[in-house]
Design a protein around this ligand. Structure first.
Ligand code: UGA
Ligand code: MN
Length: 337
């Protein structure tokens, strides 16, 4: 413990000294207008050198910000974020969940509601959660066959994860109704976020959503065939959406682009995801029970920063595995992947 404390002190001191050094260097450059630095030695003009130093300073500041977030991951005096994640068995599942859990471990007061699309909890997810170090609730809800994508179907044909998110909402409402005293008071400020298992989330995103009054929104990167989609903000209010597809949807946003206060979820028991919703209308099917566009709370510097990316993982090719299996030489099935 003392060793850790000492290492931490050395680390903090190191950054303080580097930062002071940089600030000093920048001040020297700015104040010595008459004094020409002989930048020819390193083949750079003074302007280039200043801009390089500014870049370094920015990087250091970003680094310090992230270290602060990581350092604060044990804080308990902030609102709880309930993250609902639908997940289903496939070759990349454990890799996706590992990536996600390593992000969540850095987020204070995060409660992960993992909902498996399965008839019962699987050993892989059960063991994974037990070893994750996170606070979690493990649920399951199988998508009925007629609502599920079949092998070969295009991925947009039917909504994914709807039944599982609804199961997460059901659990929250049940828990909310049973909570008493201090526990109930903690739920007053809590927030609900729907995090798919394949996206990429920055730590800052969780701090943006943590103080959500009703529904908060922000941009999502790499989605809808665009570099990003986002709510457009004028005079602090959302007035429309930057999207390339069906802007007439009530809420033309991706699931990763909003969070809802638990209070709002509990106050509107009918709000849920419509598993039969037309393509692109899944998010709207839930949000239209809760809010109007004008009431949305824009986050991430008035929706100017991308803090979450709708990444999708390539399906691994199993050509050689299949060939080896035919010869009885496939990978050991007892090894969990
Ligand atoms: C986009 C949105 O980002 C999703 O939030 C939305 O649910 C989906 O479209 C839709 O329209 O239904 P996309 O990347 O196409 O997402 O969807 P996936 O990432 O394949 O699935 C979303 C979530 O549902 C994931 O967490 C995934 O693990 C889960 N899922 C997927 C299941 O639980 N069961 C399935 O059969 C497929
Ligand atoms: Mn996805």
């Amino acid at each position: 413990m003392r060793m850790r404390l000492r290492l931490k002190t050395v680390f903090v001191l190191y950054f303080m000294v580097s930062l002071l050094g940089l600030i000093y260097a920048l001040m020297q450059l700015d104040s010595s207008a008459g004094q020409r630095c002989d930048c020819r030695d390193h083949g750079m003009s003074k302007d280039q050198e200043i801009s390089q130093l500014r870049g370094e300073l920015q990087k250091l500041q970003d680094h310090i910000k992230t270290s602060e977030l990581v350092k604060d991951s044990k804080k308990t005096d902030v609102p709880i974020i309930y993250v609902i994640t639908p997940t289903y068995a496939r070759l990349v599942q454990k890799a996706e969940l590992t990536r996600l859990s390593h992000t969540f471990l850095h987020v204070p007061q995060l409660h992960w509601i993992m909902v498996e699309d399965a008839p019962q909890p699987t050993p892989l997810v059960t063991d994974f959660l037990a070893a994750s170090g996170l606070t979690y609730t493990h649920l399951h809800k199988l998508t009925p066959k007629d609502r599920k994508l079949q092998e070969g179907d295009p991925s947009w044909l039917k909504p994914r994860g709807a039944e599982q998110r609804n199961e997460g909402l059901r659990w929250l409402r049940e828990m909310g109704a049973a909570a008493k005293g201090k526990e109930a008071a903690a739920l007053e400020d809590a927030v609900v976020y729907f995090a798919d298992d394949d996206n990429t989330y920055s730590l800052q995103l969780f701090e943006e959503m943590r103080y959500t009054h009703r529904v908060s929104v922000w941009p999502v990167g790499l989605v809808g065939g665009m570099k990003f989609e986002r709510p457009v903000v004028e005079d602090g209010k959302v007035v429309r959406f930057h999207t390339g597809w069906l802007p007439i949807r009530p809420f033309p946003m991706d699931m990763a682009g909003f969070a809802v206060s638990l209070r709002q979820v509990l106050a509107n028991p009918k709000a849920c995801f419509d598993g039969d919703a037309q393509m692109g209308f899944l998010e709207s099917s839930f949000l239209q029970h809760l809010i109007t566009v004008e009431e949305l709370e824009p986050k991430a510097d008035l929706c100017t920063k991308v803090l979450v990316w709708h990444t999708r993982t390539e399906k691994p090719k199993m050509k050689r595995e299949d060939a080896l299996q035919k010869q009885g030489l496939g990978s050991d099935p007892d090894v969990e992947v």
